[in-house]
Design a protein around this ligand. Structure first.
Ligand code: GLU
Length: 290
């Protein structure tokens, strides 16, 4: 009896400690300010890819280029303008596919634009502004490959994709005859494809178009269709920490403006060769998440 009381007491103490921790965590969040607080304070930490040409790329001189870089820069500057704040300094953080939810949840970045598809399980962990872009899963093969022409020809082949990405999951779920090799980044998949260690790379058409343009003549993009329909729909969102007051609304407002003032089309033209694989989406409509 005594023992169980003691356990109950220490459980209560633990609960109290946990509550205190939560409270401290809350205070920390307000100290780092969330997205709006960071923009107001003049320095915001944003996540993107570092190795995806045309989307998120860290250039040799350290500068950042790509559609996602331009979109999220536009968003934070638009939020600053709306509030009468200076445009903030941006600190970039590389956010590979498998790390995105974690770095948002632990506050290492205030927002992510990183070819980040909105889906159910991710929406349980983080919030999404957008979607601001729609693309579809496709294949990248060596340009002299005449055999891989679509879904059926993948049977028995070695396919590369990235850990924690939606295309990798889709392959596991629907193509049991395919040998999937998962890497941390798409650029390592591209090298494996170039060296003949894998037969194809699968991810979003936007990303594959960027790699194909980077090495002219080496690779080609092959569409993936199932019963005449796109194999997947990849709706890109701006990842945000849950319970970041005002952030979601402000981001969606900025994305509306991005579409209506012509900036999105301009960024697509500037970053993606022929706009390959890019469709506009419906900002604020998350009805496809089931
Ligand atoms: N859009 C897909 C995803 O979010 C593939 C691209 C990526 O891994 O970043 O998983």
């Amino acid at each position: 009896m005594k023992r169980s009381i003691r356990i109950a007491t220490s459980a209560a103490a633990a609960l109290l400690a946990a509550t205190t921790l939560v409270a401290c965590g809350g205070e920390e969040t307000s100290a780092d300010g969330g997205l709006l607080g960071q923009i107001e304070a003049g320095n915001v930490t944003l996540g993107t890819k570092y190795d995806q040409p045309g989307l998120g790329l860290r250039e040799a001189d350290g500068s950042m280029t790509g559609l996602d870089v331009d979109v999220i820069t536009y968003v934070v500057n638009h939020i600053a303008d709306e509030n009468g704040w200076e445009h903030p300094e941006i600190t970039w953080r590389e956010t590979p596919s498998a790390q995105r939810e974690t770095v948002l949840q632990n506050g290492e970045v205030a927002a992510i634009a990183a070819t980040y598809s909105i889906n159910k399980s991710r929406s349980e962990a983080v919030d999404f502004g957008g979607p601001y872009l729609l693309t579809h899963q496709a294949l990248l093969v060596r340009s002299d490959d005449a055999e891989i022409t679509g879904l059926e020809s993948l049977d028995g082949r070695i396919l590369c994709s990235v850990t924690g990405s939606t295309p990798a999951q889709k392959v596991k779920d629907t193509l049991p005859g395919v040998q999937l090799q998962e890497y941390d980044t798409y650029s390592s998949c591209v090298e494996a494809l170039r060296n003949g260690n894998v037969d194809a790379l699968t991810t979003d058409a936007t990303i594959l178009g960027g790699y194909s343009a980077q090495s002219p003549g080496d690779f080609k993009v092959v569409e993936l269709k199932k019963d005449g329909e796109e194999f997947t729909n990849e709706h890109y969102g701006v990842g945000l920490k849950k319970e970041d007051p005002g952030a979601l609304e402000a981001v969606n407002k900025a994305l509306d403006e991005l579409y209506s003032d012509g900036s999105f089309d301009k960024f697509v033209d500037e970053n993606l060769d022929g706009g390959q694989g890019v469709e506009k989406d419906t900002v604020g409509d998350l009805s496809f998440v089931e």
